[in-house]
Design a protein around this ligand. Structure first.
Ligand code: PNS
Length: 169
């Protein structure tokens, strides 16, 4: 949707935590759209490692120098949030064929719910095709290195979490 604010896209997700794969997609989206709103889902059914406030804070810090990138959170239906934000596009990352089925299902369901909102699937750099928040958390919890897979700030926050939990020295 072209608005007075220009072409706005929403990039929704859990972002627990933000990875360099997400960052890559956000940068690519920011190069295409006037504004990309990174929308963190508030999901009471999940028990995330980082609270929504922590995830908002990390993403805001990582993108503080980019005026075309906004970080927000949302509850409820994504298409309703997109309408409220006057966004005509939903951006999602597609790492591999294995992502495709779920992304296609969501895109078509969102189109049924709101035909005016278009989903755009974007491919990250090849070096991030195997990166996921779930694997990052698992590797870190087991003492492996996540350097280069997440922004430096996220790595620091992971270390702080582990220290708080007393899992790692
Ligand atoms: O990072 P994720 O967990 O793959 O993101 C999934 C997300 C947040 C995009 C999806 O669960 C979502 O849009 N949830 C909001 C509720 C909704 O609109 N559900 C219908 C989707 S077809």
């Amino acid at each position: 949707m072209a608005t007075s604010a220009g072409r706005v896209a929403v990039y929704p997700g859990t972002f627990d935590p933000l990875t360099n794969g997400h960052v890559d997609i956000i940068q690519r989206g920011a190069a295409i759209f006037d504004r990309i709103v990174v929308a963190i889902l508030v999901n009471p059914d999940k028990s995330p490692l980082f609270s929504v406030e922590e995830r908002l804070g990390m993403a805001r810090e990582v993108f503080k120098a980019q005026s075309g990138v906004e970080i927000d959170s949302f509850q409820g239906l994504l298409v309703e949030y997109a309408k409220r934000r006057q966004a005509g596009v939903i951006v999602r990352g597609l790492r591999a064929i294995s992502d495709f089925e779920f992304e296609m299902q969501m895109a078509l369901m969102n189109r049924r719910l709101s035909p005016s909102v278009e989903t755009v699937l974007m491919m990250p750099a090849e070096s991030y095709t195997y990166v996921s928040s779930r694997l990052v958390k698992e590797i870190f919890a087991l003492g492996g290195s996540v350097t280069g897979l997440v922004p430096d700030l996220v790595e620091t926050r992971l270390a702080e979490k582990a220290e708080q939990a007393g899992h790692r020295a």
